[in-house]
Design a protein around this ligand. Structure first.
Ligand SMILES: [Zn+2]
Length: 93
């Protein structure tokens, strides 16, 4: 399995990346749908945070987001499993 950690680190970094890292990240994003999802999700989350200036994130927000992103990257089929299991569960409602 590919290791996405450095790329996720770069996506979530607030520091400007060195040119070499930027191009490595661009190359990886071109090939990796998981990291593209992380990048898109992070970008829209940051947009929401920027818009909602009165609602500052609690301490550790980037760390929590990173942990979530990494757990999703490790288990990309979790949602499909849930969808598969959902109909029988709903039959009892
Ligand atoms: Zn990746």
């Amino acid at each position: 399995m590919r290791d996405h950690s450095p790329y996720i680190e770069w996506i979530l970094s607030d520091e400007p990346l060195p040119e070499a890292s930027q191009s490595a990240l661009r190359n990886h994003l071109a090939k990796c749908v998981d990291c593209r999802k992380v990048a898109a999700g992070w970008e829209s989350a940051r947009q929401v945070l920027t818009d909602a200036t009165s609602a500052a994130p609690r301490n550790g927000f980037p760390q929590r987001w990173k942990a979530l992103a990494e757990s999703r990257a490790k288990a990309p089929n979790r949602r499909q499993v849930w969808v598969t299991l959902a109909p029988p569960a709903l039959a009892f409602v």
